[in-house]
Structure formats: structure tokens, C-alpha cells
Design a protein around this ligand. Structure first.
Ligand code: DMJ
Length: 690
């Protein structure tokens, strides 16, 4: 049951004892006027004031009502819109809505951090089908029911209103539709796709010919204008080849528009720079090697050899640079045996070391790798807990390879400090730690999501990496899993879906970041390494929930954050708030599916992963090259491309999908390798001779 929605209103009652005598208009007007004159000046002012207030309130609430309608921001609106055909919306309204959506600033979010905002707007929810081994969900899925999986672009007016709407001068001459369904304005080179409207002039290189044919493009519609059917799981395709195709398509965009830069912006066909270190290229190296993409790998290696330099006056984030670049270089070194990658890793590792020069030995978040100066973020002297405790696998491995102990000593010291620090609750850790005092800050808030997630992952993985000899790590991990079970694991009211919520000063919040979907895989890895069997039971249940986070969305893609209903009812289990509807192409669910399949061989995990790949292809694949993060996983007609392909889509998401579908269990055997939190494989150390 939902409480009735709150309505703010002003009630104005004018009592009139003679109302029964109002039998004609003139008399009524005269009587009203007399009444009005009888009122004191104060009373009249008050009434006028209230009327003015009502008018303002009415005017103000109009846009928000329109917004609710546009964004399906509460359940009733969503269902109502669901009942009508999208084609009922006039094209001109549609195009304005699409463009407004494309222009709206996305919620502030970092790839690791998750969104910084947590608005409490109305909830929308949808119920899904019954999955194997889970309690019944109330209704069949409405995914794809009333929103056709339209693969082409939304219909846009061809009279120039597009430019008007986005505030540009009306100069559009002609809009042509190319073979991939994107619309290209010849005069102004405006490229639109699924609601994004970008001037191609922004791109670093000119857009390709409109006749360009994509190897991985969807089949052409039977008749021009027909929607292209979505890609569906037929079981007949070569899934490994489909992952390779997806990688090639992503790489094509990166190569053409962002080569050597950090991230591809596939809609504007340009690039974004974070550290200026070729982030996507380095994050992708070992994926290309694993997928057998030799030509692509050779080109990328050439760039590393000739262009990559860490001697740059640039501030980098210690954690992100370690997991993506240092981890990527070390992993590629292990796979290829090529010294080039080890040399680069050594150079980078030594340049990151100034971060550890703090009063507490808890590292700063940022380092200038050219100047050798580290500092905390401008607004605080705190570091994020996950960041300082998820760099250990890489630095320890660097010490082992170089026989230089300083890397390992620095990161082991962080673990020693955190191990004995007060402020935990049954093994759960707060999200921040101060670099001066070395103490936890913001105590009392516990999550397995953003800012804490990989702390738990690295406890287990360091223990495995080091040959299961470091008891403190195991102790902290086991205690934390008990803490998770005790404080954070709950079930939904309607169908008893198991999820991991958050604790804020003893108040439970049934909210789970997609980031938490790393946990089933980590729990399964622990169970595989001899930890209690109930870890695996929990992994199975949480895997189901992460699957539902995709399955129940209209695009088949998970939102960034989900809230769960704990009320016993036949209502929805999952609630998605408007600001949480985006998808950043994150890997955590496919990562866990990979572990679950390796350990159980249950084919359903592969099928779930396959559905996710199809959904990425249907809703995030950008004609011309690249995949994009999207704004709204609940709107298959206009998912709202964000114009960014995160490096982890190539580094992690596609790699885990490939490993999930591969029958070769010796390909990165989980008894020989551990994956860092960016999916870069590092060897489990050989046991010392006894
Ligand atoms: C990646 O950089 C890593 O997986 C990290 O641990 C969490 N955030 C992103 C992917 O979501």
C-alpha cells in the first residue's frame, strides 16, 4: 500500500447565511459586492493575499506536474503512461522532450562513487517475472510491452525546430537519415541519436561518411521507417564472437575519436580527459589480449611504447590510477611477458609513492606524478576508505616483481592501521578516514556500496593473493561478512528478494547501489577457497537480486541505485527514484555472473549475462562506434545517452562477459589468478617452499 500522496492546499470558505436566496446572477453579484464592502480592510487584504498565493502556487506546480508526466516520476504516472501508446504523443512534443532530456545536466556521479545526490522524489516501480528458485513476483513483466524496443532514433521534426529548441540559430537546411538510423544534418553537421543532439563540429575529427557500414550494426528494417527488432537471445549465435564484436565496436569509436585520450565521448565523437594518460587504452590492453584481438593489441602496445609518458605535471587520483593503469600494466605484463609493461608499471608505481607521505601513513587521494607532490581533495583532509584499502593487490605485486619492498610496506601499513582502528561495527567500516589523525570519520554510516565496496573485496583477495597466510585479513573478512548478514542483509516484503541495504546511525535504509553486485562474486570466491558454505548461499540469493535489477527494467539494464520495498504486500519489490535511473555500463553484475558460472556451471548465469549484453547492444551502442552511458533505464524509447564510455566497460564489463561465455576454465583460472577491482588479472603467489 502506498500512503495517499500529500497535497498542499489552501481552503478558503466564505460563509454566507443567505446563500439560499441567490436565485439570479445580478442579485448574487450585488450581494457579493456588499459582502466584500462589509469586510474590514485587513480581511480584504488577507483574502487578496490568499488568492495571489493560490495563483502563484498553481503556476509553480504546473512545470513540476509536466516534469512528472515526462519522467514517469511516480508510480501512478508511470502506469498511466504505460497504458497509452507512445505514438499518441505528438511528434513535436516528443522531440522537445527528448532534447530537454538530452540537455539536462546528469546527476553528479563518479564512476566509483555513485551519485552524489539522493533525492527523495516519488518512486516508480515495476514488477517482473518469476525467476527460477525465487518466490513469486506479483505480475508478469511489462518490459517491452507498451514501449516498443525501437532501435532507430526518435522521430525528429525536419523543419528546423530542433535547433530552435536547443537555443541555436535556426540554420538547419536538411536532415538526412543514414543507414544506421542516426540523423545527420548536412549543413550544420548535427548528429542525433536516441534523443542526443550534438554538433559534430565539437568532435576532434570529422564524423565518418553517412554511408559508412558497421560490421556490428543491427539488421536493416524490412521497410524504411520500420522499427528494427531488438536483438534477442536465440541461443544460436556465438556468444564469444558477440563479445568480440562489441569490443571491436567500442574500440572503433575510441580509435577514431579519442585515440590516446582517457575516455571516448561517442555521441559528440570526441574525447574526455581525466588524467591525460590514455586511460581507456591501458584499461583495455589485457582484454584485447584475452579476446585474441591481436591487431588492436599491437596498435595499442605501439602507443604505450612510443607515446605513454608518466613524466607529466598532472594530478591523478591514487586509487583510480592504481586499479586501472598500474593494474592494467601489471596484468598485461603477466599475460604477455613483455618487459615494456613492467617498466611502465615501475615508473608509475614510484611516481605514486608520495601519496603515502602523510602524518598518519593513510595516503592522500591525489598525487601530481610529475612533481611528486600529493594532497587531499580541496575540501577535506579525509580519504575514502575503499580508495586507501583497494590499492594493495597492485602495490604488493609490484614489490614482488621488482623486489623493492617499499610498495608493499606502504600498503600493508594501511591495512594494519585499519585492522586495529576503533569505529567498526561487527567488521563493517565507515566510509572515510582522516589522513592526519588516521581515524575514521563520518562514523555510523555503513554501506557495501560506493566508498566502501572494494575494502571488503580486497580483504579476501589479498588473503588469496598471499597464499592464505595473512590471518588478520581473513579475520577481518569473516567478521565483515557476519556484520553484513547481521546489519545489512534483508528481504523484500512482496517476494522475499534478498538485498544488502545501508545503515545510517542505526537507521536501516533499504537502498542498494549497483556497485554492491560485486558481492555475490566475492562471496562465491571465498566459498571456493574454503570459507563457510553459507557465504555461497548468500551469493546465490544476491545474484538473483542483481539479475532482477536488470530484468525488471524496461531496457533490461540496471539503474545505478535501487530501493527495496520491505512492506508485506503484493506490490513491487524494486523502486527506482528518478535521479537513480542512469546506467554507466558498470561491470559488477556480469563480474559476479562470471564467478557464479565458474563455480556452479549453472547455465542460467550465462543466459542472464547474455541478456545484459543484448541490452547493452540495444540501448547503449552508438552508431559509428562506441557505447554510451545512459540517463534512463526505464525508457527504452529515449534512454538518454550521456555521451561517455567509461574505460571500465572495456576493461571489465566486456572482459567478464567473455570469460563468462568461455568454456576454457584454464583461461585465467581462479586457482591461479585473482582479479583486481578493475578486472586486471594478477597471479596468486606461489607458496614459499616449506
Ligand atoms: C571500477 O572502476 C571498479 O570496478 C571499481 O571498483 C568500482 N567502480 C568501477 C566500476 O563500476
Amino acid at each position: 500500500m502506498y500512503p495517499p500522496s500529500r497535497k498542499d492546499f489552501i481552503s478558503l470558505t466564505l460563509n454566507d447565511p443567505h446563500s439560499h436566496t441567490y436565485n439570479n446572477g445580478k442579485h448574487r453579484r450585488q450581494s457579493c459586492w456588499r459582502k466584500w464592502k462589509q469586510l474590514s480592510r485587513l480581511q480584504r487584504s488577507l483574502i487578496l493575499f490568499l488568492l495571489a498565493l493560490l495563483l502563484i502556487f498553481g503556476l509553480l506546480s504546473y512545470p513540476s506536474m509536466t516534469e512528472q508526466w515526462r519522467g514517469f516520476s511516480d508510480r501512478e504516472d508511470w502506469l498511466e503512461l504505460n497504458d497509452r501508446e507512445v505514438k499518441d504523443i505528438p511528434p513535436e512534443v516528443k522531440s522537445v522532450l527528448y532534447q530537454a532530456e538530452a540537455k539536462a545536466p546528469p546527476p553528479v556521479a563518479g564512476p566509483h562513487m555513485g551519485p552524489a545526490v539522493d533525492p527523495d522524489a516519488g518512486a516508480d516501480a515495476v514488477v517482473g517475472p518469476r525467476a527460477p528458485n525465487v518466490p513469486i513476483l506479483a505480475k508478469p513483466p511489462i518490459k517491452n510491452k507498451t514501449f516498443p524496443n525501437k532501435r532507430g532514433p526518435p522521430s525528429l521534426p525536419k523543419d528546423g525546430n530542433i535547433s530552435d529548441t536547443v537555443g541555436r540559430k535556426k540554420q538547419v537546411q536538411e536532415v538526412v537519415q543514414d543507414e544506421e538510423g542516426e540523423e545527420v544534418d548536412k549543413e550544420k553537421k548535427i548528429v542525433s541519436w536516441r534523443g542526443a543532439l550534438i554538433e559534430a563540429d565539437q568532435a576532434t575529427e570529422p564524423p565518418p561518411s553517412t554511408n559508412e557500414k558497421e560490421a556490428a550494426a543491427p539488421p536493416a528494417p524490412a521497410n524504411p521507417g520500420d522499427p528494427v527488432p531488438p536483438e534477442v537471445s536465440t541461443g544460436a549465435v556465438d556468444r564469444l564472437e558477440a563479445v568480440r564484436d562489441a569490443f571491436r565496436h567500442a574500440w572503433k569509436g575510441y580509435k577514431e575519436y579519442a585515440w590516446g585520450h582517457d575516455e571516448l565521448k561517442p555521441i559528440s565523437r570526441s574525447f574526455g580527459e581525466w588524467f591525460g594518460l590514455g586511460l581507456t587504452l591501458i584499461d583495455s590492453l589485457d582484454t584485447m589480449w584475452i579476446l585474441g584481438l591481436k591487431e588492436e593489441f599491437a596498435e595499442a602496445k605501439d602507443w604505450v611504447e612510443k607515446e605513454l609518458s608518466f613524466d607529466k605535471n598532472v594530478d591523478v587520483n591514487l586509487f583510480e590510477t592504481t586499479i586501472r593503469i598500474l593494474g592494467g600494466l601489471l596484468s598485461t605484463y603477466h599475460l604477455t611477458g613483455d618487459q615494456l609493461f613492467l617498466e611502465k608499471a615501475k615508473d608509475l608505481g614510484s611516481r605514486l609513492m608520495p601519496a603515502f607521505k602523510t602524518p598518519s601513513k593513510i595516503p592522500f587521494s591525489d598525487v601530481n606524478i610529475g612533481k611528486g607532490i600529493a594532497h587531499p581533495p580541496r575540501w577535506t583532509s579525509d580519504s575514502t576508505l575503499a580508495e586507501v584499502t583497494s590499492i594493495q593487490l597492485e602495490f604488493r605485486e609490484l614489490s614482488r616483481l621488482t623486489q623493492e619492498p617499499q610498495y608493499q610496506e606502504a600498503v600493508n601499513e594501511v591495512m594494519r592501521l585499519v585492522h586495529k582502528l576503533p569505529g567498526k561495527r561487527d567488521g563493517l567500516v565507515p566510509m572515510f578516514i582522516n589522513t592526519n589523525s588516521g581515524q575514521f570519520t563520518h562514523k555510523g554510516v555503513f554501506t557495501l556500496g560506493a566508498r566502501a565496496d572494494s575494502y571488503y573485496e580486497y580483504l579476501l583477495k589479498q588473503w588469496i593473493q598471499g597464499g592464505k597466510a595473512e590471518d588478520d585479513l581473513l579475520e577481518d573478512y569473516l567478521q565483515a561478512v557476519e556484520g553484513v548478514k547481521k546489519h545489512l542483509v534483508r528481504q523484500t516484503g512482496p517476494s522475499r528478494l534478498t538485498f544488502v541495504g545501508e545503515l545510517s546511525h542505526s537507521r536501516f535504509n533499504p537502498k542498494m547501489d549497483h556497485l554492491v553486485c560485486f558481492l555475490p562474486g566475492t562471496l562465491a570466491l571465498g566459498a571456493h577457497n574454503g570459507l563457510p558454505g553459507d557465504h555461497m548461499d548468500l551469493a546465490v540469493q544476491l545474484m538473483e537480486t542483481c539479475h532482477q535489477m536488470y530484468q525488471q527494467m524496461e531496457t533490461g539494464l540496471s539503474p545505478e541505485i535501487v530501493h527495496f520495498s520491505m512492506q508485506a504486500s503484493d506490490g513491487p519489490n524494486l523502486i527506482v527514484k528518478p535521479a537513480d535511473r542512469h546506467n554507466l555500463l558498470r561491470p559488477e553484475t556480469v563480474e559476479s555472473l562470471f564467478y557464479m558460472y565458474r563455480f556452479t556451471k549453472d547455465p542460467k548465469y550465462r543466459d542472464w549475462g547474455w541478456d545484459i549484453l543484448l541490452s547493452f547492444n540495444n540501448y547503449t551502442k552508438v552508431p559509428g562506434g562506441g557505447y554510451t552511458s545512459i540517463n534512463n533505464v526505464r525508457d527504452p524509447v529515449n534512454p538518454g545517452p550521456r555521451d561517455k564510455m567509461e574505460s571500465f566497460f572495456l576493461g571489465e564489463t566486456l572482459k567478464y562477459l567473455y570469460l563468462l561465455f568461455s568454456d576454457d576454465t584454464e583461461l585465467l583460472s581462479l586457482d591461479k589468478y585473482i582479479f583486481n577491482t578493475e578486472a586486471h588479472a594478477l597471479p596468486i603467489w606461489p607458496s614459499p617452499p616449506k
